[in-house]
Ligand binder design. Structure first.
Ligand SMILES: [Ca+2]
Length: 245
């Protein structure tokens, strides 16, 4: 196969590859990052032991609570607790006893691309100090790709508890999958782990389906190159036949 054919076929190959799978721009890929969807709240305005939609409980840990703004607003006895950072609900990482951990797996990401997790957390007023660990895990190998542990000091009142945004960055492993894991402080039984809300994962996703106009243009250029290479080959052969005749 001569160079022209190789080049033309390469162009077509790239185009077909782009047709089957091409990376899109970075997108938010987590489900229910604001913890707004999940089991119904009880009469006191919270859910204990139920999982938010899209999230998994991590074996070995208790399921965290879902707390809502109603919980905070249920009379003066709850005024020391924490309101949501976003929407009507957030997650109480204290869990039932003594702590909790949740995770969500995401697939179809571009291997080697950068992923950025953002989330908001805050101390619970009048609880003890506590820890929150956020991690990226490769679901296939269980390797820890990136992790950060945050400390939340004791706060005397709800007014002194402030939601703060945090970031975790890492590279998508060869599997194209990421597990986002949050775990509370397991060393304390004094309900010290913080509230968690408004979690988002920005990552490049591999998309399939109808190609974009630019992809069609690449394919047409590739096929045109293939036809042109065939024409040049026939044109180059013709004079040789002439001499033989
Ligand atoms: Ca929320």
């Amino acid at each position: 196969m001569n160079g022209r054919w190789t080049g033309a076929l390469s162009a077509v190959g790239i185009s077909l590859g782009a047709l089957l799978a091409h990376p899109a721009s970075a997108a938010t890929v987590l489900v229910n990052g604001g913890f707004e969807d999940g089991p119904a709240m009880n009469a006191s305005g919270y859910n204990r032991g139920g999982l938010p939609t899209g999230w998994n409980a991590v074996p070995g840990f208790e399921t965290p609570d879902i707390a809502s703004s109603a919980y905070v607003q249920t009379g003066a006895g709850f005024a020391q607790l924490l309101g949501p950072q976003e929407g009507d609900r957030y997650l109480d990482m204290n869990g039932m006893s003594p702590t909790g951990a949740i995770s969500q797996d995401v697939a179809g990401l571009v291997a080697g691309s950068a992923a950025t997790l953002t989330f908001w957390a805050s101390s619970w007023a009048q609880n003890s100090s506590g820890l929150l660990t956020a991690s990226f895990i490769d679901p296939l190998t269980s390797a820890v790709i990136a992790t950060t542990t945050l400390s939340f000091p004791y706060q005397p009142s709800a007014a002194s508890s402030v939601w703060t945004e945090y970031t975790l960055s890492g590279l998508v492993p060869a599997s194209g999958r990421l597990r986002v894991l949050f775990s509370g402080d397991s060393s304390s039984t004094a309900r010290g782990a913080p509230g968690l809300d408004n979690v988002a994962l920005m990552a490049s996703t591999i998309t399939t389906g109808v190609p974009e106009p630019s992809t069609w243009a690449m394919m047409l250029i590739g096929f045109a190159g293939l036809g042109f290479a065939g024409y040049r080959k026939r044109a180059a052969v013709q004079p040789i036949r002439g001499r033989i005749a």
